[in-house]
Structures are given as C-alpha cells and as structure tokens.
Design a protein around this ligand. Structure first.
Ligand SMILES: [Zn+2]
Length: 501
C-alpha cells in the first residue's frame, strides 16, 4: 500500500509494444530449496470460519502449530489481534482527518473476541490487551519443540472502507485472525496498529482456510481454491497456500471475474459488473506486471494472483497472492495501472521478501515505487518511464519540499512512529526513497543495480530482510562497499534534496 497520490497530473502512455519478455521462467531450484527448508519450520494455520454478512460477523476456530526455532525458550507466545484497533473511534487505524472517508456511514465498532485458547491437553491461560493476545503454554517451549494451539473466536466487521471492514460492494477481510507475532533478536514484536503506513511484520506460514459463506457471495483470497462445495444455502470455500506471510480475502455478491495465465500462474481480476472494461484492464496490467517482475527479479512461485476491486478509500493494499484495489480507480486515467503495478510489485517486496514494515518501511515501499517506474520504462520505453517518475515521484516530492521549507526533511530510514502524517510518510518513504534508489542505480549502473535486486531476492526469499541485507546485495553486485554511502548519503540524510535529483 498505499497509493495516496490521487489526482496527479495525467500521464499519457505510448502503446504497449510487447515482445519484451523472454520466456517466462518456472520457479528456480533455489526457491524450491528455500521452500522445502522453511516449510518444515514455519507456523501452520488451519482456519475454519463461518461468515454471516447480515450480522457483520465471522465466527470459527483457528488451529496453529508453532515450532520454536529461536535460540531462547519461549514462555509466552504473542499474537496480533488487529481487528481490535477498530473497537473505538479513538483507536481506529486511520488519520483523524480521514475518519469521514474511512467511515462514510458513521463509526461503529469492529473487534475480535477470543473465547478460548487450548492445546490438545486442555485450555491455556491467555490475556487480551488491545491488539495483542498473550498465550502462556503450560511449559516453556524449548528450541525445536512444537505446540498445537486452538483458538475459538467471534468477530464483528466494522463499516470501514479500510483493510478490515465493509462498504456498499465488498467485505474486506484482512489482518483479521490471530496472527503470530515475530520473535527476532529484539524478542517479541508487539507493535500496535499504527494509523500511518502498513504496520505489519510477520513470518511466512502455510495456511488452509475454510470459509462458509452464503452461496451468493464470491470470495477472492490468498492462496488457491482447493474446492468449493454447496451445503444448504451456503458454499464452503477451501483455500490452501504456499509459503505466505498473511491470509486475506474479499467477499462480494457483485463480483464478476476474468482470468488469464502467465506461465503457470493464474491471474484473476475481480471487478464490479458495471466496471467490466476496467476490470479487464486491471487483469491486463496485473498479468503484464507479474510477467515483467518475474523476468526481472525472479519468478513468482505461486499458482495464483488476484486483483480485487474493493471499497477501499486509501488506494491499494497488498496481501500475498491478493491485492485490494480501491474501486474509485476503475475509471479513465492512469491511476488504475499505476496502483495495480505498485501492488503487484509488492508481491516481490513485502510478499516474497518480507521486512519489518513498522521499523523499516522504506525497504519495501521505496523498492516497490522504484519497481513500478521500472515497469513503465521497460514496457513503454524510457520516455514513459521518465514521465511517470516525474509525475508520480519527483515532482510530488519537490512540491513537498517547497511547502515544508522551514523543516528538516527527516531521514528515509525511520520507524512508522516517527512520521506525523500520511503526507510526510508518502513524500519521504515512497518518493524520496525511490529517488534515492534511482540515484544509486544511475551511479552503479542499471545492470549492477538489477543484479543487486536479484541477489537480494534470492538471498531473502520467504524471509524477513533488513536494510543491511539490501546493502549487502549492492556490495555483492558491485564488488565495492556502499555501506557508508547508502546509510549516510541516502537513508540517514535529512537535508533537503535541492538540486540533487
Ligand atoms: Zn506500497
């Protein structure tokens, strides 16, 4: 996410000339090797829920096998309960000035209520505090030990046009189940649901998710549809996934769908019936982007990728194998392609290579913006790439600097908690971040930069990468040490860019 730059000057595109792509590659050996290694260690979620749209309610269970792969004993486990951010209008994860957009029909609470946490041998102690669930195993979990947990829950979907909520056309069900927090060298990451950025950080896992929904609903989801069967007036949808770091779904009675194939990947566009022309365009953009990024960075290893029109006022939002695209973009103009390509680039930066989006949001967002411009350069030619770069990145950033001349810009590399508005976050993380990457590319050369991104991808696939990993990849590709330059000239630099770009 989150494309906030609406209404930016029109960009006229040259017609696509195809034949740019070499044959589409299947997942490489290194990916399959990494997948095999990680599959044996990662959390396995089995979620079984019923969806009651009339009552705005979801109810069910989640079983999860957690294996301790850390060097420490785990005497507590933590889960994020993101729906609880929607409980009060004070904690709702939207800027105060956007509450009307987020809740066009007024605020009403959404939340998740944990009714029980148990292991096969009996109930466990747990504590819910805001968006955090603490579970205390009977005995600390030692390295290599696994624990099977079952949780029962009910949740209420709020009338929000955000990641978790419903509008006139869609139910957006994302960041909706108890997801295991990340335990890293700093211990458990218990960050709250910030109103700015995409405040998420998770490990990859394997999911099997069953959703029982009224038969008139179509569900777009992470993973692939294993089967769908009728039960009375309901349909039971079963989805399975590869290694993904989250599971999201969007449900609607108004979806039409169109699909195509890119190599072995099935691409689907879910759109509202009155948007057929743009629904088809969204499919083309998504397919073209998957093809291009697969070729340029490394193959997309999943079976499916879906783009779903959503009642989502913020713009677009990425989840593994599924992105939400604000329905407002299904119209003439350039935003639809830009947003679809941006969210698709996130399948590589955020999805396949994850990062702590709370602590180092620049890492996925700047690389994603950079990749979006790259798509235009390679698909439509240099001139188009330049125009998109100027209109979507450079000029908005310059405008931001001009209107904030009395302030320090603040560095690109800083956590979400240090940004005070979406405007600031957008200018610094997305735009200035991408400008810096463009500069780096022009210094080390396009080929070396590409090599660095490919190496970064290969080394960190299915893991969480850090800024250091990115620098390592640049150093590796160039055979030189860029650490000081990248930290001090790029990431920690808080002076205005002036004529630099
Ligand atoms: Zn983004």
């Amino acid at each position: 996410m989150n494309i906030k730059r609406l209404g930016i000057a029109a960009v006229v595109f040259i017609l696509l000339t195809s034949a740019l792509y070499a044959a589409f590659k299947k997942p490489s050996d290194y990916m399959e090797g990494a997948a095999r290694r990680i599959s044996g260690e990662c959390p396995r979620y089995t979620i079984n829920v019923s969806f009651y749209p009339e009552e705005k309610r979801i109810e069910g269970t989640q079983s999860l096998i957690v294996k301790n792969t850390e060097k420490a004993e785990l005497s507590e486990l933590y889960f994020h309960l993101y729906p609880n951010a929607f409980k009060t209008s004070d904690t709702a994860p939207f800027p105060r000035s956007e509450m009307q957009l987020a809740y066009p029909n007024g605020f009403s609470p959404g939340y998740i209520d944990i009714k029980k946490v148990a292991t096969p041998s009996g109930p466990l102690e747990y504590e819910v505090r805001g968006t955090l669930l603490k579970v205390v195993p009977d005995k600390p979990l030692k390295l290599g030990q696994s624990l099977k947990l079952t949780m029962e829950f009910t949740e209420i979907i709020p009338p929000s046009y955000g990641r978790f909520g419903y509008g006139k056309n869609t139910y957006n069900i994302a960041n909706w189940y108890p997801i295991l927090a990340v335990y890293d060298e700093h211990g458990w990451n218990k960050d709250p649901y910030y109103a700015i950025g995409d405040p998420f950080y998770s490990e990859v896992g394997l999911y099997e998710v069953k959703i029982k929904a009224p038969a008139e609903y179509t569900i777009a989801a992470t993973g692939y549809l294993e089967n769908k069967r009728q039960e009375g007036s309901s349909l039971i949808w079963t989805f399975k996934t590869g290694l993904v770091r989250d599971f999201a779904w969007v449900a609607s009675t108004r979806f039409k769908e169109a699909s195509s194939e890119v190599g072995r990947v099935k691409i689907t566009s879910y759109y509202l019936k009155e948007d057929a022309v743009f629904g088809q365009k969204a499919l083309e953009y998504a397919a073209r982007a998957v093809k291009f990024f697969s070729e340029y960075f490394g193959p997309y290893p999943y079976r499916e990728y879906s783009v779903a029109a959503s009642d989502f006022y913020i713009g677009g939002m990425e989840y593994p194998n599924l992105v939400m695209i604000g329905r407002q973009f299904y119209s003439e103009g350039d935003m639809l392609e830009y947003v679809v390509v941006h969210e698709t680039a996130h399948q590589w930066w955020y999805g396949l290579v994850g990062n702590n989006e709370v602590k180092e949001p620049w890492l996925d967002e700047a690389l994603t913006e950079f990749s979006t411009v790259l798509y235009y350069e390679k698909v439509y030619g240099r001139k188009s790439g330049q125009r998109v770069y100027d209109d979507f990145i450079l000029n908005p950033y310059k405008f931001y600097e001009q209107t904030h001349q009395s302030q320090k810009m603040g560095p690109i590399l800083r956590p979400l908690s240090e940004f005070s508005s979406w405007g600031e976050y957008d200018a610094i993380v997305y735009s200035r971040g991408a400008i810096m990457l463009k500069q780096l590319e022009s210094i080390i050369g396009e080929d070396k930069f590409r090599e660095a991104t490919r190496f970064y991808f290969k080394q960190n696939i299915y893991k969480n990468a850090t800024t250091e990993d990115f620098i390592k990849a640049v150093n590796k590709a160039t055979g030189a040490d860029w650490t000081d330059y990248i930290y001090n000239k790029m990431l920690k630099n808080d002076e205005p860019l002036q004529k630099a770009a």
